[in-house]
Design a protein around this ligand. Structure first.
Ligand code: CTP
Length: 478
């Protein structure tokens, strides 16, 4: 029996077919099928194509169903979930449910490696529509329309984002459906990395991560904990589906309430730990709550946020890129590499001094001898250095002043000395309960004067500050 392919048709026929297919929202091949089906049934009406019976899961995923526009209720967001190949892929099935619970429509792409862990049928069944797997559709000799897949989504979520997928994204590869869609999209991308801790810590992965952040990709996780491999633990577990769903949802705050869209904000938060020896350190009582809340509020306002956090005991906020550090010097380096930015908020309680020569081994008590004096040297002043810088100075630099007396006078002097634009001053005397507590009462000190804000939760302070930042950066001083 003679076989005929679309490619063999003459150009004018192909053009007619293309237009007809486009008007029905079908692939060319499906349009042909529909015409043939109608002809065989003796009808002239081109009825909508129905997927052929599925032979098996893989065949079903490869079935040349058209990329119809997803049926999304008005107001619902469309998420393209790219599932990479890792054991965490099984959590992505739960993620589909979590996204749908939040009224988001989900369409899935599975990489070849993902299909070693979960099936397109399972993803498709949970998403309520066929899962995509291949760049080219062998049956129709047509590409499956990666540009359309990329554009039909409001956001793309990559979970799990394997080291390989991150490398492909960072390098701009497009040799499979997932990478081609990621290269073709102009929509926000959230990645949830998941890999072995050694792979996560590897310089290559960290370089790729830095590139992706620079390109505006948002990350959630990875978290610390036990890995799937027996006996392996560390940073590399994929964030939980609920966290990823919340971060995805946060992308879609009311557009009118996203005044920091496309702005880059760096926030420091928490204390620093300055080592005395391998087991002891100098620290302070900062909980990181205020800095973390500012990062969350800025992300909710649409900003791309890098949160440089000292050691804290509060959860990683979703929707922001977190760089975890211990010491003031490490915090300084992390801030440097997060620049340039439109605004930097220095909320961390950075230790002013570090031990000049921390012990290589645990310092032992010497019986009958006085304790060794600790010689201290000054740490770099991160805020002052960045604020006084001629190049790469963020247009808006905000410092905090933690004071126990003469709050406003000290804050004004700090504004001057540090060279920043605003100081958020607060009284951290023990009786205020602010350090480590839930509420804060602050004064905003600027060149224009001093505003005293009412005592409110740290989240409210964060939202109010972010609203002011948005006003300053967009010139809309509401
Ligand atoms: N800061 C910084 N780097 C330091 C010290 C402080 O970036 N090495 C920042 C803090 O994040 C904060 C501001 O400077 O935004 C003020 O911090 P604070 O501890 O109140 O002031 P100090 O400069 O330490 O001055 P002092 O201890 O004399 O009050």
């Amino acid at each position: 029996m003679a076989s005929i392919t679309i490619r063999q048709l003459d150009e004018s026929l192909k053009q007619q077919l293309r237009l007809r297919a486009a008007s029905h929202g079908r692939s060319m091949e499906d349009e042909v099928r529909t015409i043939l089906r109608a002809a065989a049934a003796g009808t002239t009406e081109a009825t909508p194509a129905r997927a052929a019976p599925r032979r098996n899961e893989r065949a079903a995923a490869e079935s040349p169903a058209p990329i119809s526009k997803p049926m999304v209720p008005v107001g619902h967001k469309r998420i393209l979930l790219i599932i990479g190949g890792g054991i965490a892929a099984y959590k992505s099935l739960d993620l589909i449910r979590r996204l749908r619970e939040r009224h988001m429509a989900v369409r899935c792409i599975l990489t070849a490696a993902a299909q070693e862990f979960i099936t397109p049928l399972a993803a498709g069944a949970l998403a309520g529509e066929r899962a995509f797997t291949d760049l080219f559709d062998a049956a129709s000799e047509l590409d499956v329309g990666h540009i359309r897949l990329a554009r039909d989504a409001d956001a793309i979520v990559v979970a799990p984002a394997t080291a390989d997928l991150m490398a492909k994204m960072a390098g701009g590869h497009a040799n499979d459906l997932a990478s081609a869609v990621l290269l073709a999209t102009n929509r926000p991308i959230v990645i949830a990395p998941a890999m072995n801790p050694a792979m996560w810590a590897n310089g290559a992965t960290q370089r790729n991560l830095a590139q992706l952040m620079h390109d505006g990709v948002m990350t959630i996780g990875p978290n610390a904990g036990e890995m799937a491999e027996a006996g392996e633990a560390g940073v590399g577990r994929m964030a939980e589906p609920l966290e990823i769903a919340a971060a995805t949802e946060a992308l879609f705050g009311d557009q009118g309430e996203r005044p920091l869209a496309d702005k880059r904000i760096v926030v420091t938060s928490g204390p620093t730990h300055e080592p005395i020896d391998p087991v002891r350190y100098i620290a302070n009582r900062s909980s990181g709550r205020q800095g973390h809340a500012i990062a969350v509020a800025a992300a909710a306002a649409g900003a791309r946020v890098v949160l440089v956090s000292g050691p804290v005991n509060i959860p990683d906020p979703p929707g922001v890129r977190i760089v975890k550090v211990e010491s003031a010097r490490a915090m300084f380096e992390a801030v440097e590499s997060a620049l340039p930015a439109d605004c930097a908020v220095f909320a961390a309680a950075v230790a002013d001094w570090r031990v000049a020569t921390p012990g290589r081994e645990k310092i032992k008590k010497q019986k009958g001898k006085a304790p060794l004096p600790l010689a201290l040297v000054e740490n770099p002043d991160i805020l002052a250095t960045i604020a006084h810088r001629k190049t790469k100075r963020p247009p808006l630099v905000i410092g905090f002043a933690a004071e126990t007396e003469n709050v406003i006078a000290n804050a004004k002097a700090k504004l001057e000395r540090k060279g920043c634009d605003w100081i958020v001053a607060n009284n951290v005397s023990p009786e205020t309960g602010i350090m480590g507590g839930e509420t804060n009462s602050v004064h905003l000190v600027t060149a224009e004067g001093v505003e005293t804000w009412p005592s409110q939760s740290k989240d409210e302070v964060a939202r109010a500050l972010v609203a002011r930042i948005a006003g300053a950066l967009t010139g809309d001083q509401a």
